[in-house]
Design a protein around this ligand. Structure first.
Ligand code: FES
Length: 137
């Protein structure tokens, strides 16, 4: 009968895998534009003025803000940092997007304002059809 012991090497291997899994959300996005409009939700469900994180079909994460006005209009910014592709996070307290990888920052329009990002966040075209917000991904 064979006895299996959980060796130090096994423990370190599992620890390494768990650590890698924990870092996955920080990994650069492998998203590539398809040019197709995909549904992001009911347009009326987005209150004006606030950013909402939306994960589109296909896994691309975007931040959507409904612009003030009578006709629904939207700003949709890719969450992929323009430096190395890490996912940025919106912080309402200071009204900036922050990148966790190298400290890049973007303002509420997506403009790069600090750190290494060379370009603004990608603004994705939007349209509303039958009450559904569609984003070109
Ligand atoms: S990947 Fe965002 S600052 Fe480097």
């Amino acid at each position: 009968m064979e006895t299996h012991f959980f060796t130090r090497r096994d423990f370190l291997r599992h620890l390494t895998l768990a650590g890698a899994a924990a870092l996955l959300p920080l990994m650069p996005s492998a998203w590539a534009a398809t040019g197709q409009y995909v549904p992001a939700g009911r347009a009326a469900a987005f209150p004006p003025g606030q950013f909402h994180a939306v994960t589109l079909p296909g896994g691309h994460r975007v931040y959507v803000r409904r612009l003030p006005g009578r006709r629904p209009a939207f700003l949709a910014l890719s969450a992929a940092c323009t430096h190395k592709g890490c996912p940025v996070a919106w912080r309402a307290a200071d009204r900036k997007f922050h990148c966790p990888c190298h400290g890049g920052q973007f303002d509420a329009t997506g403009r790069a304002i600090a750190g290494p990002p060379p370009r603004p966040l990608a603004a994705l075209p939007t349209k509303v059809r039958n009450g559904i917000l569609l984003i070109q991904a």
